[in-house]
Structure formats: C-alpha cells, structure tokens
Design a protein. Structure first.
Length: 283
C-alpha cells in the first residue's frame, strides 16, 4: 500500500467518523426533543467566547422559570458574531422537566446546525477519499500488470529515418539508443541516472544520459493491460533535456514504460533531432 492509498483511507476514515458523530448527535437531539417542554425565557446577557478562526463570538445567557418554580439560568452553546440575540430579548427555551439544567434555545437552525455541519463535512471527506484511494491503485478489482511483459514503441514516425534493425522491445539488462542529428544516425549506450516517482506515485520521471547529453521524460505509471503505458505521436509529451535544447519544431513521438517503471522504450523527434531506443534502469 503506497502513500496515496494511505491518504485516501485517512480521508475516508475521518469522513466516516464525522458522519457517525453527526448521527449520534441527531439521536441524542431527538431523545431530548421527545421529553423536553417549551417555556418562555429572557436573554439576560452575552458571554464572550473564541471562534473557530480565533475571532470572538457571543453566547446568549438565558434565564427562565421552570414548571416547578425554579429559576434557571444557562449559557447557550452556539455562539455567533454578531450576536444572535440581545439582552432583554424574549426567547423560547426547551428543557427537560426531570433536569431543568439541561436547557437550550428553541429553533430549528440552532437545533440541527452542528449535526448538519458535521454530516456535510463527513460526506465531503468520504467523497474526496474514495476517488483518491481508487486513483492510487486501491481498487481491489483492478488488474495488476505483469512487470515482465515487454513494452514496444512505434517505428513509423513522420519524417524520421531510423535504422531498420532498431529494437522495439525493452531489452533485458542493457540500454540502447539510436541518435539522429542532421540526417546522421549513430547508436550509443544510455545510462539511467534515476527513476523518480511523482504526484504520489501516479507518474514516473526517467533521466537518461548519453555521450554528454541528457534526456528526461515523465510518463504515467502503468496500470493494466499488458503492463505498458504509451504516449502516442502528438500527445502532450513532457520531455526535457540538453539533446533537444535549441531544436526547432514541435516535439513528437512516444514514450513507453513497462509495469515496473524501470524499463522502457522511447521514439522522439523535434526538428532535425530524434532519439529512439530502449533502456533498463537497474534496481
């Protein structure tokens, strides 16, 4: 399990906890409303408190007379800025006859605001976590590719003349590139300088070096089928490197990785420069 999957699971877990907490508060609130009675009350003052972002909020202080004659005063849990009520204002109060200290201001918004907010946040967290988990490869129904399956590259790039014996499959244990500049073709060995995962493992950057030149390209991690991922001609290739610096014309070509992400094939052209071949990065 990679870090992306763990992040998705964390979001799902937090969201699930918030939804369960909201349901618990709804259950307790319904029990309270079932047994509570409603009486008139008076706002006698405002208590200052701290808001969620460091600001000041005001909680109404309310007095009421219970049915048994007790004079009760309580501070409402829900604060706001500006204050929702002013001193001297008449309000409705709900309380439990068996325990008059358990009292709260009446009103649909005040009653259901907290569980509604928690439930909404929980749904958002779960809604983000599930696609995050699945996109990271956590879907148990996803077919994993066999890392031993070789990748292939196209050999018919427009305007590019390459050797007829150019290999199109990822070789085992060696690297090979064919370089063409101004119509001249030469073959060379490539050194893999590194393979780095990016975007939480969803893409792989490969860095190659050959005869003083360099080439970098980023491809999506292979996820299914025969284990290879290809960028066709004209697609949005992300390629950098000294070999193509100063070359004219748009970049065309294809890059292919096998399922392991450490072997692949490349066939790229820009202007009068092209590079094609295969490589293997030792683990």
């Amino acid at each position: 399990m990679d870090e992306s999957q763990i992040g998705g699971i964390a979001f799902i877990g937090v969201g699930g906890f918030l939804v369960l907490l909201a349901l618990f508060i709804v259950w307790r609130t319904k029990r309270f409303l079932r047994d509570a009675v409603t009486v008139p009350g008076t706002v006698t003052g405002l208590a200052m408190g701290s808001g969620g972002e460091g600001g000041t909020v005001y909680h109404p202080i309310v007095s009421f007379t219970a049915m048994d004659g007790q004079e009760i005063q309580f501070q409402d849990k829900l604060g706001s800025n500006p204050p929702s009520h002013q001193p001297g204002e008449m309000v409705e109060v709900r309380y439990l006859p068996s325990n008059p200290q358990k009292a709260r201001l009446a009103g649909r918004f005040r009653t259901w605001f907290v569980p509604g907010l928690l439930g909404l946040l929980g749904i958002v967290f779960v809604g983000v976590g599930i696609p995050w988990y699945l996109s990271a490869g956590g879907d148990p129904s996803e077919t994993r590719a066999d890392p031993t399956v070789p990748a292939t590259i196209p050999t018919n790039l427009p305007g590019v003349v390459l050797p007829t014996d150019l290999p199109t499959e990822v070789p085992s244990g060696r690297s090979f590139l064919a370089i063409q500049v101004d119509g001249r073709v030469a073959t060379t060995s490539a050194t893999c300088e590194g393979v780095e995962e990016r975007r939480n493992g969803r893409t792989v950057e490969v860095r190659l070096a050959f005869e003083g030149e360099s080439l970098r390209f980023t491809v999506r991690r292979a996820r299914g089928g025969d284990g290879s991922t290809a960028y066709p001609v004209g697609d949005d290739l992300r390629v950098r490197g000294s070999f193509f610096e100063g070359a004219s014309g748009p970049l065309q070509g294809a890059v292919v990785l096998d399922a392991s992400g450490r072997s692949g094939a490349v066939n790229l052209v820009r202007g009068d420069r092209s590079v094609s071949g295969t490589w293997t990065c030792e683990a």
